[in-house]
Every structure is written in structure tokens, then in C-alpha cells.
Write a protein that binds this ligand. Structure first.
Ligand SMILES: Nc1ncnc2c1ncn2[C@@H]1O[C@H](COP(=O)(O)OP(=O)(O)OP(=O)(O)O)[C@@H](O)[C@H]1O
Length: 715
């Protein structure tokens, strides 16, 4: 039997065929222009009560062409179809977006949306805002009366439940920012320069609330005048811009009011992210938005300090982007408004400096769930505890936030308010976009049984060589480069890289097209590899979970989970490196072996949920997704196994340790990544050993040392 057929047998894959139902799938905006979760009739039915007509939203900017999203002037993710002119009085959420947007030359103030219109837009985009703490409500006195009446004054249990959803004013176009929220023109110009004109779903919901909660329609109780925000939105949905725009705008206004000297500037916002790569990415994005605004953003680096002693005189750093000063012969002092850092870097500095971050007014957790995971929790909380400013505003962002993290956040904010004996409290809002904690439905998910480690290598090689008839005919469409390959450990990433080095023909660039990136490499090397991958010089990047969070490679066509992710959240983030900003056509392939069977159900469930969100059932999914019989057949993962897997990964793929028993050693050896047999590896090791011994002997001889080796009776 053909090898690939064998590998893919469990997925019951069929040649691609588009069913009638599938052909009718429409795009809805909730997941970055993914396929609808319902077919066309259902959309009509579900919106019929509030929508007299329906328009389809075009593909997200950049779909198809990775560069289009930034380079085109007219990025518009909500383009309306030409024949959409409806006669009905009420409109769909999508139509309202178009209505709220001023046309060129339109200088009139935009009409405020009624509560029904706000609700329709939120429902259409599958956005839910709710208050987790604090008695927040919607201020309906600021809205025109609408047919449906006020949404919060309703009776009955079901209605009360509905009333807990807050339908704030959505931001329908960036052009409205100056009029509605007094956003600086400089910032708006910078947004335009980057090609951003229409907010994504997460931006639509959160930017108004962060800029001005009252103008966004919220009625804040007198004892809770501030808002903290927890946002859960899909990977690649534009969360970075959602927290940067309000932040930069606050500082632009402060600069206008306050003309303090550069040297007396202190860090006023802290953005914490789990990896250096993500830190650099946020700083790059932030710098583009800060151009000509007077606001500065910088990345924390080793050796940097947050304050100088008052008697130290300071020098400006040479690099205009650095926003640092250096006391004569002293350390670099951060002089930026916004500091972006990993928890460890700043925690180390704080422990040496014994400084408090009392000037920090905004604390942003990017990838909040991983920052509050036990792995990073202590470091993150040491930063949090050092922020003693009474008016600190917090926002937390991720594509996956479990209920335990939600509870922890509520506890942390409460505990801080009690510890600092704050008079004015804050309310915690939660904004969920789309289906919570689920993988992007813009991408095709494939789960492939490869039986053994050599089977996985064979499977990956077939994905790498799209010309092979096996891949084109069966199971997986060819993976177009560039793509990312994730492994469980650094050792495995290095070994897999060594295996793949010669898989790309020399005419196509050979070994320079394959690279490995992990945390053991120097920072310069990591930066260089990232830059080459972004430029398209590297086609296959083998990496660990280091790159699974937040990294935005716009043109990545596929993700291969060579080793199983350690949780469904890890799966969501890894595969979220493709299909970003609504791009269609991304593929996520997960290879699994007999050692993974007890863990695979969590991943299979995540895939099934994503397929459901796409409106694909087993009948329509064709070759995609997970078959129902497989879901039923896979064993449930126990809580203990789940925790063990999350902490350390699959046992047989962990590095060899001293305490390992014989069975572990044997299992780990057979799980090594290599296409060579055990016999070949032994021969190679013997050969290497002989060469090393010979070199030692020659060195000893040349230095005139006596060799320890026995040289015969006469020697
Ligand atoms: N309003 C917009 N219009 C067009 N493109 C946008 C818009 N907002 C963001 N993008 C683009 O979407 C891509 C993804 O954005 P971003 O990295 O902020 O996603 P994210 O939600 O933080 O993802 P992750 O959860 O993986 O961290 C970026 O390339 C960004 O330039």
C-alpha cells in the first residue's frame, strides 16, 4: 500500500469535492472574514428580524496577497456589494457599519447608532461584552430611541441574562476616531499610512471602550469610574492595534497638556509579552503609529535600568528610536512613555534596582493566559505588584483565556485595590469575539496518523515535495512555502532541521531555505532568522513553541505540528500563525503517532469546533477535519495526563535524563528524529569516536606529550 495512504487512513480522506451546501457557504465577518457558521439561508433567517437586506463582506485585506493588506491605500474589510440597496427600515449589522462611515468630504458629525443598531452590529460580528465585576450598564439616554426599546430594562429570567451583555458603540471606521473620540489627527494619519482604514471586529468593540467608556455608551457607577478589560479574540484578529491605538492617543494628549522635559520622562505604560520576538514585533508596530506624535516606545533590553540616581548626569542615547539616556559611565536609563518587555527581563531589573513602577498608568498583558500561567506567573506578578499607581488601568489580551485565568484576573485586581486601599475602584469588562478559545476557521485542519516517528518524517517529506503524486492525489494538498514546523523540544527542532537540510534542491536555494529557531540561539541570530523568514528567504522554519504566540508572519501558508501541541490552547496559537488577518487558504497539519493517542482527543475536539464554526459538518467537510467516528473512538484524556502533558510534553520526546529507567531510555531512543537505522547510527558514532581519538593523539604528539595509550612492549 502506498505509504501516504497508510499514514492518512484514519482520517478517511476523500478527493476534494465541493458539495452544494458547501458552495453556498458565505463569508461573515466574525472570524476575520472566515466562512460562515451558517449557510446563506440561515444568515438571512437569523438576521431577518433586524435586517431587511444582507450584504456579503469581501475577503479581509491582504487575502491572497500577503502584502496587499499594508500596501494598498484602500484597505476596506467591509466592502459592500453593489446591489445591496435595501428598502427596509432596519438594517443588518454590516449595513450599519457602512452607514456609520463618513464619505469623502462629509464633514457632518456622524449620527449616533440606536441601541438596536449597536446590538445588531455586535450580534452580526459575534462580539460579546459583559461586566465581570462592577455594576456597569449602558447609558441609553445618549442614544436615539429605537424600535426595540432599551435593551437593559427588560423583565423575565431570559431577558435579564440578555441584559448582562453590554452593547457599546462600535467603531465603524477609523475615520470616525477624531470626531467621536477626539483621537489625534497625527495618529489617524499614521494609521492611514499603514493602510488601516476599517477596524477589525476586536478593534471595533474595544477601541471605543478603552478610549472613552462614557462616549462608548457605558454608564459608570460613581464608585467605579474606571474600566479594566479582558479580551479574548481569535489569533491574527488585530489585538495589537486594539491596545496600541488608545494607549498612544492618551499619551499624545498628555504631551499636548504637559510639556515636560525628555529627561524627566518616566515609563507610563508597560506592555508585557512572553517572548523577545513578540516584544520586538510590538515595538515595531508601535513605532509606526507613534511617528511624529512625540510619544516614544521602546523594548527592554539587558542592562537597561528604569531610573538614575538624582546626582547622576545623563547623556542621550545615539539612536533616536532608543529613547534612553545613559549616566556617565552608568547603565542605560529608559526614557520612553511605553516600555515593552518580557516578564523575566524587567523582573530581574526590578530586583536589582529595587524600583517601584509608580509612574506606570497602563499595564497591558499580551498573551495574558501564558503570562499568568505558572511558568511565568511569579515574574509577571512581581511587575504587577511593583505598579503602585492608584489610577493603573489594566487590559489583558489573548486568543485563549480559561475560566481559571479569568478568576485569577478578578482576584488580582480586587487584591490590588484592597492592598493599596484605593478609594476609586474599577470594573472589569470582558470582550469575547467569535467562538471563545477556538482555532481559526479560515484554515483547513488536518489530523494525520503517522504511527511511528519515522512515519512522521516520511509524512513531512511528502508535504515538502508537492510534486509527489501521493500528496496531490490524497489527503493533504501540497504545502506551499513558507511554512512553520513545530517540535516539542529544542533538541528535536535541531535534529529535524538537520534531517531536512538537504531536502530542498540546490536550484531552489538548497539548505539556505531551511532554518531552525529556538531560545538557545543568540539574540542576533534569532533576529536574523526572523528577518530572513519575513523576507521569504527561508521557506521552512523549524521551531519550538517560542514562535507559537503572537508572532505575525503575514505570508505563512501552513503550519505543521510535527510534535503534538501540549494543549488545545497551544494548538489554537500554533495554527494561528497561518490564516492571519482573515487570509484564506492556510493549512494546519498535525501528525500523531501511537504515543500520542491518549492525548489527541483535545486537539481533535479543537479541530471539530473550528470546523463547526466554519459551518462544516462531517457531511460537508469532505477531506477536512476530524471524522465523528474518530472523535468517538479516541480515549478521553485524564486530568492528570492533561496536566502532565501541558507541563512537560509527551514523555518519549523529552530529553534523556539521569533518572530514566531502561524502558524510558529505550522509548526515548526510538523516538529520536532520524532517518537512519540504529545500526547506521552506531556505525557513525564509532567512526566519529575513532576520528576524535585520532585527533587527540595527533595533538598530544605535536605537543610532545606522552600518550596514555598503550604503545606496545617496546614503546
Ligand atoms: N484594521 C486592520 N485592517 C487591516 N489589517 C489589520 C488591521 N488590524 C490588524 N491588521 C493586521 O492583522 C495582522 C494580525 O494582527 P495582530 O498581530 O495584532 O493579531 P493578534 O490578534 O494580536 O494575533 P495573535 O493572537 O496571534 O497575537 C497584522 O498583520 C496586522 O497588520
Amino acid at each position: 500500500m502506498e505509504a501516504f495512504k497508510l499514514l492518512s487512513r484514519s482520517t478517511n480522506l476523500k478527493p476534494a469535492q465541493t458539495s452544494r451546501r458547501e458552495r453556498r457557504i458565505v463569508h461573515v465577518p466574525s472570524e476575520g472574514q472566515t466562512h460562515a457558521s451558517v449557510d446563506e439561508e440561515n444568515v438571512v433567517a437569523s438576521t431577518a428580524s433586524v435586517a431587511g437586506r444582507k450584504r456579503k463582506r469581501d475577503a479581509f485585506p491582504g487575502a491572497g496577497d500577503p502584502d496587499e493588506a499594508v500596501t494598498s491605500n484602500g484597505v476596506d474589510s467591509y466592502k459592500s456589494s453593489s446591489n445591496g440597496a435595501g428598502k427596509a427600515n432596519e438594517t443588518s449589522g454590516h449595513d450599519m457599519l457602512s452607514q456609520g462611515r463618513p464619505t469623502a468630504g462629509d464633514t457632518r458629525a456622524p449620527q449616533p447608532l440606536s441601541s438596536d443598531e449597536c446590538r445588531s452590529i455586535f450580534k452580526f460580528h459575534k462580539i460579546k461584552i459583559a461586566a465581570l465585576t462592577g455594576a456597569l450598564n449602558i447609558d441609553d439616554s445618549r442614544r436615539p430611541s429605537s424600535k426595540g426599546g432599551a435593551s437593559v430594562k427588560m423583565l423575565g429570567q431570559k431577558r435579564k441574562k440578555k441584559a448582562s451583555s453590554l452593547y457599546t458603540h462600535p467603531l465603524t471606521s477609523f475615520a470616525l476616531l477624531p470626531t467621536l473620540y477626539k483621537v489625534s489627527r497625527t495618529l489617524l494619519n499614521n494609521l492611514r499610512e499603514q493602510g488601516y482604514t476599517t477596524p477589525t471586529e476586536v478593534q471595533l468593540a474595544t477601541i471605543p471602550v478603552l478610549l472613552d467608556p462614557v462616549a462608548a455608551g457605558l454608564c459608570l457607577p460613581p464608585d467605579c469610574p474606571h474600566i479594566d478589560l479582558l479580551t479574548v479574540a481569535p489569533t491574527g484578529s488585530g489585538k495589537t492595534l486594539a491596545f496600541l491605538i488608545p494607549l498612544i492617543n492618551h499619551f499624545i494628549h498628555d504631551h499636548h497638556r504637559n510639556t515636560e522635559h525628555e529627561s524627566s520622562r518616566h515609563v507610563r505604560a508597560l506592555i508585557v509579552a512572553p517572548t523577545k520576538e513578540l516584544v520586538n514585533q510590538i515595538v515595531n508596530e508601535g513605532r509606526k503609529l507613534c511617528t511624529n506624535s512625540g510619544v516614544s516606545i521602546t523594548a527592554m533590553r539587558k542592562g537597561m535600568h528604569l531610573s538614575a540616581r538624582s546626582d547622576e548626569c545623563t547623556l542621550e542615547s545615539g539612536d533616536e528610536n532608543d529613547h534612553m539616556t545613559r549616566p556617565l559611565d552608568g547603565p542605560l536609563i529608559v526614557k520612553a512613555d511605553i516600555l515593552v518587555t518580557t516578564p523575566l527581563l524587567l523582573a530581574n531589573t526590578l530586583s536589582q534596582d529595587k524600583t517601584k513602577l509608580s509612574s506606570v498608568q497602563y499595564f497591558i498583558f499580551d498573551e495574558a493566559d501564558v503570562l499568568l500561567d505558572p511558568l511565568f506567573r511569579d515574574q509577571t506578578l512581581s511587575l504587577w505588584n511593583a505598579c503602585t499607581n492608584p489610577s493603573l488601568r489594566t487590559s489583558l489580551w489573548s486568543a485563549t483565556v480559561g475560566s481559571n485565568i479569568e478568576e485569577l484576573v478578578i482576584h488580582l485586581i480586587d487584591e490590588r485595590q484592597a492592598r493599596l486601599e484605593l478609594q476609586s475602584r474599577s470594573s472589569l469588562l470582558r470582550c469575547i469575539v467569535g467562538l471563545k478559545d477556538s482555532a481559526l476557521s479560515t484554515i483547513s485542519h488536518k489530523l494525520i496518523y503517522a504511527a511511528t516517528e519515522p512515519g512522521k518524517l516520511l509524512g513531512l517529506r511528502q508535504l515538502l515535495h508537492p510534486s509527489t503524486t501521493l500528496t496531490s492525489k490524497h489527503a493533504v494538498p501540497p504545502l506551499r512555502p513558507p511554512f512553520l514546523v513545530f517540535t516539542q523540544t529544542i533538541e528535536r527542532a535541531v535534529a529535524l532541521h538537520a534531517e531536512l537540510l538537504y531536502d530542498i534542491p540546490t536550484e531552489a536555494g538548497g539548505s539556505s531555505r531551511v532554518a531552525v529557531l529556538h531560545s538557545d540561539l543568540s539574540e542576533t541570530k534569532r533576529l536574523e532568522i526572523m528577518a530572513r523568514f519575513r523576507k521569504g528567504q527561508i521557506w521552512v522554519l523549524v521551531t519550538t513553541d517560542l514562535l507559537s504566540r503572537g508572532i505575525d508572519f503575514r505570508g505563512v501558508n501552513g503550519v505543521v505540528n510535527y510534535d503534538m501541541p501540549t494543549s488545545s490552547a497551544a494548538y489554537v496559537h500554533r495554527v494561528g500563525r497561518t490564516g492571519r488577518a482573515g487570509r484564506e487558504g492556510g493549512i494546519a497539519v498535525t501528525l500523531y503517532t501511537k504515543d500520542d493517542i491518549k492525548y489527541v482527543k483535545a486537539i481533535a475536539n479543537a479541530i471539530a469546533a473550528s470546523e463547526r464554526a466554519r459551518g462544516r459538518t462531517q457531511a460537508t467537510s469532505g477531506e477536512d477535519g476530524v471524522q465523528k467516528w474518530l472523535l468517538n473512538a479516541l480515549p478521553d484524556i485524564s486530568k492528570k495526563d492533561r496536566q502532565e502533558l501541558k507541563k512537560r510534553g509527551v514523555n518519549v520526546r523529552r530529553p534523556l535524563r539521569e533518572g530514566d529507567d531502561d524502558n524510558d531510555v529505550r522509548a526515548k531512543r526510538t523516538s529520536r528524529i532520524s532517518s537512519k537505522s540504529g545500526y547506521e547510527r552506531r556505525l557513525e558514532n564509532n567512526r566519529k569516536g575513532a576520528i576524535a581519538a585520532r585527533q587527540d593523539r595527533l595533538e598530544d604528539e605535536s605537543e610532545g606529550r606522552e600518550s596514555d595509550a598503550w604503545s606496545g612492549f617496546d614503546g
